[in-house]
Design a binder for this molecule. Structure first.
Ligand code: SAM
Length: 276
C-alpha cells in the first residue's frame, strides 16, 4: 500500500479497507486532496499552543493535515462509529496529540473541551447541522467566547449568509448574529469535485474571529427583533416590528419606520434590541 506524505496510508485506501461508504444522512462528503486539507489547516495557523477542535473527522483527511501542520492537541468529535478505528490509527501515529470523542457535536459542550485554553475550531462540517453548530458556538458565551477562531467549510450559500452585509440579498438573521459577535470572511471556495461524493453545490471555507468588544445587547432580544424583521423582510419595519412596538420603537431609536430589515446595520439591530 502506498504511503501519503505523513507516512499513513492514502485516504482512498483507508476508506476502501475500512469500507467507509459515505452516508448521506451524516453529511459525509470526504476530502482526499492533501493540498486542500493542508490549505485549510494552514488557514487556521498558528495551531501550536491551542486546542484544535475538529467536528466530523470522518476518515481523517483534515485531522491529519492539522497534526502534520503542528497542532499539539486536536480533539475530534465524530458521530459515525465506523470511523473510530481509522482515527485510532492516526492517534497512534501522533502519540498524545489526538483525542477522539464519539458523539453528536450538537450535544457536546465544546467550551469544556478547551480546558480554559483558547480553542480553534476547524472543520469540514456536515452540511445538515453546520448552521446550527455555528449558532451554538457563537452564542455559547457572547461576552467571553471559548474559541479564538473558527475555520469552517459550509455550502457557499450559507457562507454568504454568514458574511453578508446590509443591503445584500443574503443578509438576514445569521449575518446579524455573526456580524455582532465576529469578524467573518470567506477565505476561498471549493468546487464540488473536490469531495467524495461531490455535493450538488460549491462550498466555501469561512473564517470567524471574535470581536473584542461586541456591542452591548441581549441575545434573546436581538433574536426577537431579527426574527420579526426578517420574518417579513419585504415589509416596512413599522409593519414587521408592530408586535414589538412598531413606529414608537423605531422613532425612539431614530430609525425611519419606512425602512426594510435588510437595510439595517448590526448597530441598529442592537439599538432596537436594547430598546424593547
Ligand atoms: N472531515 C472529513 C473530511 O473532510 O473528509 C469528513 C467531513 S464530512 C463533510 C462530515 C463528517 O461529520 C462526517 O464524518 C460525519 O460522519 C460527521 N458528522 C455528521 N454529523 C455529525 C454530528 N452531529 N456530530 C459529529 N460528527 C458528525
Amino acid at each position: 500500500m502506498a504511503q501519503a506524505h505523513d507516512g499513513l496510508p492514502p485516504l482512498r485506501d483507508i476508506v476502501a479497507t475500512h469500507e467507509l461508504a459515505p452516508k448521506k444522512a451524516l453529511g459525509q462528503n470526504f476530502l482526499f486532496d492533501l493540498n486542500l486539507t493542508a490549505k485549510i489547516a494552514r488557514a487556521a495557523e498558528p495551531l501550536d499552543g491551542f486546542t484544535v477542535i475538529e467536528i466530523g473527522p470522518g476518515p481523517g483527511g483534515l485531522t491529519r493535515a492539522l497534526l502534520a501542520q503542528g497542532a499539539s492537541r486536536v480533539v475530534a468529535i465524530e458521530r459515525d462509529p465506523r470511523c473510530l478505528p481509522v482515527l485510532e490509527q492516526i492517534s497512534e501515529h501522533y502519540p498524545g496529540r489526538l483525542e477522539v470523542i464519539e458523539g453528536d457535536a450538537l450535544e457536546v459542550d465544546l467550551a469544556a473541551l478547551s480546558r480554559g485554553a483558547p480553542a480553534k475550531i476547524v472543520a469540514n462540517l456536515p452540511y445538515n447541522v453546520g448552521t446550527q453548530l455555528l449558532i451554538n458556538w457563537l452564542t455559547a458565551d457572547v461576552q467571553t467566547p471559548f474559541w479564538s477562531s473558527m475555520t469552517l467549510m459550509f455550502q457557499k450559500e450559507v457562507g454568504m449568509r454568514i458574511v453578508a452585509a446590509p443591503g445584500s440579498n443574503h443578509y438576514g438573521r445569521l449575518g446579524v448574529l455573526a456580524g455582532w459577535l465576529a469578524h467573518a470572511e470567506i477565505l476561498f471556495d471549493v468546487p464540488p469535485q473536490a469531495f467524495t461524493p461531490p455535493p450538488k453545490v460549491t462550498s466555501s471555507v469561512v473564517q470567524l474571529v471574535p470581536r473584542a468588544n461586541p456591542l452591548p445587547c441581549d441575545l434573546a432580544k436581538l433574536e426577537r427583533v431579527t426574527q420579526a424583521a426578517f420574518g417579513q423582510r419585504r415589509k416596512m419595519l413599522r409593519q414587521s416590528l408592530k408586535p414589538l412596538g412598531g413606529e414608537a420603537l423605531l422613532n425612539g431609536v431614530g430609525i425611519d419606520p419606512a425602512r426594510r430589515a435588510e437595510t439595517l446595520s448590526v448597530e441598529e439591530f442592537c439599538a432596537l434590541a436594547r430598546a424593547i
